[in-house]
Each structure stands twice: as structure tokens, then as C-alpha cells.
Design a protein around this ligand. Structure first.
Ligand code: OAD
Length: 249
């Protein structure tokens, strides 16, 4: 893939780069995207039917087990070349912030130091009743499914944002502040269908920031991007860095 020389110069001279990622960022690590059909044991369920407070109230065991299956799957996955390229950008530019919709923790595992998780992190838990956070294993006595809160005895739930729930206010506010200050915004591996996260590329563009879309498929936000790089994160991102910094091994 060849890259527009204007884009390469904008990347090299970026003062504040934001990388906004979705499930496509982790697809090459072997983690299905939301728009992929559920696989195997969970084929008969839709993510939208399991990742809600009502589903948890109705059937906490099934929802907890679905997340336990996803946690175990994600623990086996490694960052891909796209995650590693994003982490390398922190070494090449004055300021880089990652804002992710993903809950898999792979940006941090790749070495990115500033990661805002808009939708939480699957490896954490919190009490469905008192809200107290706990580690993945806390309260797990091997008997109770879901495990119980060691503080109030309520059921633990995964520390992720479910459909119909508000984003963590602090994370959202920080994301908006960061996007408002950015001069380059890479939108990677997201269908840009879920609000309010999908409003961030629009906010970036409205603030005069250069927006770059990296996705093998057409997305709802291609029209607001000055540059659309049609390809996979694991190939396009390393290629972009190699083209912008050919002497940086
Ligand atoms: P989606 O599954 O909606 O979209 C994934 C995007 O990644 C699609 O546009 C794919 O074309 C693209 N894609 C697939 N493989 C790719 C690759 N190798 N490299 C780059 N892009 C690739 O996932 P999200 O946009 O992240 O919300 O979904 C946003 C939110 O919707 C999720 O965070 C989740 C879901 O409801 C919550 O859980 C609250």
C-alpha cells in the first residue's frame, strides 16, 4: 500500500495524535468483532441479548459464563502488529493518546501508556448492587456463579459498559478533552455505529483536526475522513509508520 505524501508529513509533524480504535483493531489478534457472528458454544446468542443489565437480572449465570468464556479467550490473545505500531507512535511523536471501545486490554499489553477505555475492561469486575470494583478472581469461591461481592454480598458483574448504560463519565470527559486538542485523529477498526463513541471522529473533524479512517470496509464515517486507508489495522498501521519513518527500524 502506498501512502499520500501529505498524510505522511501530517503524521511526522503531528503535535497531538489520537488513535480511536474499535473491535477491528483486535480482529487480527483472533478476537471476533461485534458484527461477526458469535462462534461455537455461543452461536445461538447475540451480543446485544447478553450484554445488558436486564439480561443479567434475568439470567446472571448465562451472562457471567458468557463473559468468563470471553475473558478466557481474550487471555489467550496477543497484541497484533497494529497494536504494536500504535504503541511505537508514542516513541515517535510528542503526544499520543489511545481512546478505545475495546475491553480486551491489548493496547496496554502492546505497550501503549495512555489508553482511555470508553467501554471498560473485561478483566475487571464490579458489584451489580454496590458498584464496588474487584479483581476478576475476587469473590470467586468456585461455588457461586456469578461470584459474590466481598463487601455487600451482591452479585459481581464484568466491569464493562452494557448496552443502554452510560459511559464512565470521567473517561468520556477526558476523551472529549483530548479529541478537542488533537491535530491528527486515526480512526481504526470501528463501524462508527455506536454513540456516543462514534461522535468523537465528528468532534475531531469539527475542531479542524485531520481525520484518517483505517478499515477494510466502508464505514458510516468515511465521508468525514480526509484520508481513507482501505485495509486491515495489522497491515496498514505498520506500513504507515515504515513509510513515514523509513530509517526507524
Ligand atoms: P464492530 O464490530 O461494529 O465494527 C468492527 C469494524 O472493524 C468494522 O467496520 C469492520 O469492517 C472493521 N474490521 C474488521 N476487521 C478489521 C481489521 N483487521 N482491521 C481494521 N478494521 C477491521 O465493532 P465496533 O465498531 O468496535 O459496544 O463496535 C462499537 C461498539 O459496538 C462496541 O464497543 C460494543 C458494540 O456494541 C459496547 O459493548 C458498549
Amino acid at each position: 500500500m502506498s501512502f499520500d505524501t501529505v498524510l505522511l508529513e501530517k503524521l511526522r509533524s503531528a503535535r497531538h495524535l489520537v488513535v480511536f480504535s474499535g473491535a477491528g483493531m483486535s480482529a487480527e489478534s483472533g478476537i471476533p468483532t461485534f458484527r461477526d457472528a458469535q462462534t461455537g458454544l455461543w452461536a445461538q446468542y447475540r451480543a446485544e441479548d447478553l450484554a445488558t443489565p436486564d439480561a443479567f437480572r434475568r439470567d446472571p449465570v448465562t451472562v457471567w459464563n458468557w463473559y468468563a468464556w470471553r475473558r478466557a479467550m481474550m487471555r489467550e490473545r496477543q497484541p497484533n502488529a497494529g497494536h504494536l505500531a500504535v504503541a511505537r507512535l508514542e516513541r515517535l511523536l510528542p503526544e499520543v493518546n489511545v481512546i478505545t471501545q475495546n475491553v480486551d486490554g491489548l493496547h496496554q499489553a502492546a505497550g501503549s501508556g495512555s489508553v482511555i477505555e470508553l467501554h471498560g475492561n473485561i478483566h475487571g469486575s464490579r458489584c451489580f448492587d454496590c458498584g464496588r470494583t474487584s479483581g476478576e478472581a475476587d469473590g470467586a469461591n468456585g461455588i457461586d456463579i456469578p461470584p459474590r461481592c466481598t463487601y455487600c454480598g451482591g452479585m459481581l458483574r464484568p466491569a464493562v459498559v452494557w448496552f443502554g448504560e452510560a459511559l464512565p463519565m470521567q473517561a468520556w470527559q477526558r476523551a472529549e478533552d483530548i479529541v478537542t486538542d488533537a491535530d491528527l485523529f486515526l480512526c481504526v477498526g470501528t463501524s462508527s455505529l455506536v454513540e456516543p463513541a462514534a461522535s468523537l471522529p465528528r468532534l475531531a473533524r469539527s475542531r479542524g483536526c485531520t481525520v484518517v479512517q483505517i478499515n477494510p470496509d466502508v464505514t458510516a464515517h468515511d465521508a468525514i475522513a480526509q484520508f481513507v486507508l482501505r485495509g486491515k489495522a495489522g497491515g496498514v498501521l505498520p506500513g504507515l509508520l515504515a513509510a513515514a519513518w523509513p530509517d526507524d527500524s
